[in-house]
Design a protein around this ligand. Structure first.
Ligand code: ADP
Length: 269
């Protein structure tokens, strides 16, 4: 099974990703698509008068502060506009695509974060109403049921906590959990960069390969912002049994096949 994650950054080209996935489906290759929607969520949140707020944890990671209103906007964009837009693109190309979020059928179950300890203006602050969390269980029965019946799942956050609360969760991490749970050979993570760049944003400085043992060091040395979390998620997937993870470019012709053919940054054991 091939798992593909399409990012939600402004430059991610969903048309080329869907066209490529349709060709792969036509050729009999099963896949599951996981997608983001971060850029569009920011745009819509601003329009609705509830602009995005990002917080930085004491350990240095930045994440979206998700109060109830933010979660609702997040669902409108991820589960609504973006998910249905992708399903429509695929259905137009003859793929029996089916959209699901992580709360549907408890597809992506996890734990809500407790109080968040964040840094703000040089001080540590505790946030208690944040609705985000980390996925630790995937409903593989549901995925196997769907793929076994010929459907191509198109999956997005949020996930669901044990008590049924929706939780905002990182799309790359969710894709990594799905790939690991299904024992996937390959996870392709497509974004608006060619892969991990040694001198970001210089696109000629692509790092083609990172051994699992060197990921933490590479994240520390080269990655800024969200790329750090992406790398850690990729390493987690390989550690949990995924054959390899490829960070690759969505903006090129046949982006998935290019990644499978050795493009981008490959992380393997
Ligand atoms: P998506 O939402 O598409 O998953 P992210 O925003 O999570 O994408 O991560 C990709 C982004 O990481 C790139 O658009 C780039 O701005 C940023 N980035 C930071 N450091 C690096 C690096 N060393 N190499 C490549 N991209 C990097």
């Amino acid at each position: 099974m091939l798992i593909v994650k399409a990012g939600g950054a402004a430059g991610v080209d969903l048309d080329t990703v869907c066209a490529d996935l349709a060709d792969l489906a036509e050729a009999g290759e099963p896949w599951i698509l996981v997608h983001g929607g971060s850029h569009e969520t920011n745009v819509v949140a601003k329009k609705l008068g509830h602009p995005p707020k990002f917080v930085t944890s004491v350990s240095g990671y930045t994440s979206r502060y998700t109060d109830r209103t933010t979660l609702e906007i997040f669902e409108m964009v991820y589960c609504g506009k973006t998910n249905k837009g992708i399903v429509e693109r695929l259905q137009k190309r003859g793929v029996q695509a089916l959209g699901l979020s992580g709360i549907d059928g408890r597809l992506l179950e996890g734990k809500r974060k407790g109080a968040l300890r964040v840094r703000e203006g040089g001080k540590t602050k505790i946030i208690r109403d944040d609705l985000s969390g980390k996925i630790d269980r995937v409903n593989t029965d549901l995925l196997n049921l769907l793929t076994g019946a010929g459907y191509y799942p198109v999956i997005c956050p949020p996930g669901i906590a044990e008590d049924g609360t929706a939780i905002n969760t990182d799309g790359d991490r969710a894709a990594a959990r799905i790939a690991a749970a299904l024992g996937a050979a390959t996870l392709v993570i497509l974004s608006d960069v060619p892969g991990l760049l040694a001198k970001f944003p210089d696109e000629s400085s692509l790092i083609p390969r990172i051994a699992l043992a060197d990921v933490d060091d590479a994240a520390e040395r080269y990655a800024e912002g969200r790329m750090k979390i992406k790398l850690l998620g990729a390493a987690e997937a390989v550690r949990d049994g995924v054959g390899k993870v490829v960070l690759a470019d969505s903006r090129i012709e046949n982006p998935v096949r290019a990644a499978l053919d050795g493009g981008g940054t490959t992380i393997e054991a």
